[in-house]
Design a protein around this ligand. Structure first.
Ligand code: ADP
Length: 208
């Protein structure tokens, strides 16, 4: 099996990964998968659902084995149901991989082409955004300031090292405090360029 041609949307909680991912996923030729959504679709009464609730409500990552297994099941299903066509769609991932161990577990499945790093030095702005989202989207893990703080710490300790893991050539830094359309514009510019490179390199078939 050839690897899925993949872009990662990366950044701290509240940086706007989901917003960008959802928009890109509407574009033919791009399939979006948010790991948090995969978890939120679980029935919270099942053992796996309970495990998600337990970790996420503490602001911690769900263990890697179960996360990657669940994600893989979801991706396989989307291939089987023809929602995702790996032979001519790019995969847009947000929320996975979230640490180096997950990146290693995905290595045989995805080929990461670029990482879009949505940057924000001002943590208070992220906290503000998350609190607003808690009210709007009914997200229990956004409602409590202590949990938010712990999620940001988890990001710094476990997720941020991925930037070094993938390296500078792979990473596109974009200011997360720009308006969503400006963030999108920056991403699309790189996608257009990379698409041209890819077609040139490997004769990747055009999506109509
Ligand atoms: P955010 O990026 O704002 O934290 P997500 O919706 O991506 O929100 O994730 C919500 C929660 O789901 C996380 O705090 C974590 O507990 C769990 N989660 C999501 N993706 C992963 C992952 N790749 N590995 C482990 N846990 C994850």
């Amino acid at each position: 099996m050839s690897k899925y041609q993949t872009y990662l949307i990366f950044g701290a909680p509240g940086s706007g990964k989901g917003t960008q991912g959802r928009v890109l996923g509407k574009v033919p030729g791009y399939y979006h998968c948010a790991c948090g959504d995969v978890f939120r679709a679980l029935d919270l009464r099942t053992p796996l659902g309970k495990q998600f609730l337990e970790y996420s409500s503490r602001g911690e990552l769900v263990p890697d084995e179960v996360t990657v297994k669940l994600w893989k099941i979801r991706i396989d299903q989307s291939v089987e149901s023809h929602a995702f066509h790996p032979d001519h769609d790019f995969l847009v991932l947000d929320g996975i991989p979230r640490n180096i161990s997950q990146a290693r577990m995905l290595e045989d499945i995805v080929r990461v082409r670029k990482i879009f790093h949505l940057t924000c030095a001002d943590r208070s702005k992220l906290v503000e955004r998350l609190k607003r989202r808690a009210l709007r989207d009914n997200r229990f893990d956004d409602a409590n300031e202590e949990v938010i703080k712990h999620r940001l710490e988890t990001y710094d300790e476990e997720s941020r090292p991925l930037l070094t893991h993938y390296g500078n050539d792979m990473t596109v830094h974009i200011d997360a405090m720009l308006s969503p359309v400006d963030v999108l514009g920056n991403i699309v510019e790189v996608l257009m360029q990379d698409r041209r490179n890819h077609f040139g390199e490997e004769g990747f078939s055009a999506v109509t």
